[in-house]
Design a protein around this ligand. Structure first.
Ligand SMILES: N[C@@H](CCC(=O)N[C@@H](CS)C(=O)NCC(=O)O)C(=O)O
Length: 221
């Protein structure tokens, strides 16, 4: 039997947090090896584990996978979170790519110089309220179903739930006009696997602080 997936990253959200969420939602236990120093990163690079010299890297089923979205897609396919046919898969990917565009702004936010943070925050709020959240609210309204695609949980629902939590941490009123997104978040949060992941002490990572940002900058500087 294959062992647990091993996640190689630093001890923080960054690009790995999507992967942690998806594995957790799928009910898959995983191990983590945290890089703490630049030498830890160099070691992975030197031993040929990182195809593009970058993390996230996930050891799973005898492979060393890199590229966040490729990893997410493998997990989604393996654990039945990727629709029932290629049309559903296309929608799941289309929605997930929109989420990734917004998520990219959110995940780099803590690492920006303070002079750039105000502008970025305004951009995140504006794009959430006027572009991405209305689009997903419209999808849910159009079919009246519990999940974004095919009336069952997919990668898209899990990533959207994570994104909603993350944006709400930056702007607590952002979901005020999106009742169906709120309901989706509640529904996904109440799935037993996700509920467990949302409990304190899980492998979910906290919002970055000054100290954690400095530690990460040292690894990649
Ligand atoms: N497209 C890649 C980007 C990976 C990436 O930028 N990783 C950063 C850490 S979050 C990294 O390893 N940076 C070091 C480098 O690019 O040399 C993915 O989604 O996995």
């Amino acid at each position: 039997m294959a062992g647990k997936p091993i996640l190689h990253y630093f001890d923080g959200r960054g690009r790995m947090e999507n992967i942690r969420w998806l594995l957790a939602a799928a009910g898959v236990e995983f191990e983590e090896k945290f890089m703490k120093t630049r030498e830890d990163l160099e070691k992975l690079r030197k031993d040929g584990s990182l195809m593009f010299q970058q993390v996230p890297m996930v050891e799973i089923d005898g492979m060393k996978l890199v590229q966040t979205r490729a990893i997410l897609n493998y997990i989604a396919a393996k654990y039945n979170l990727y629709g029932k046919d290629i049309k559903e898969r296309a929608l799941i990917d289309m929605y997930s790519e929109g989420m990734a565009d917004l998520n990219e702004m959110v995940l780099v936010y803590p690492y920006l110089p303070s002079s750039d943070k105000g502008g970025r925050l305004t951009q995140i709020k504006e794009k959430s309220r006027n572009r991405y959240f209305p689009a997903f609210e419209k999808v849910l309204k159009s079919h009246g179903q519990d999940y974004l695609v095919g009336n069952r949980l997919s990668k898209a629902d899990v990533l959207l739930t994570e994104l909603l939590y993350n944006v709400e941490e930056l702007d607590s009123t952002v979901l005020a006009n999106f009742p169906l997104l709120k309901a989706l978040r509640t529904r996904v949060s109440n799935l037993p696997t996700v509920k467990k992941f949302l409990q304190p002490g899980s492998q979910r990572k906290p919002l970055e602080n000054e100290e954690s940002v400095e530690a990460v900058k040292k690894i990649f500087s």
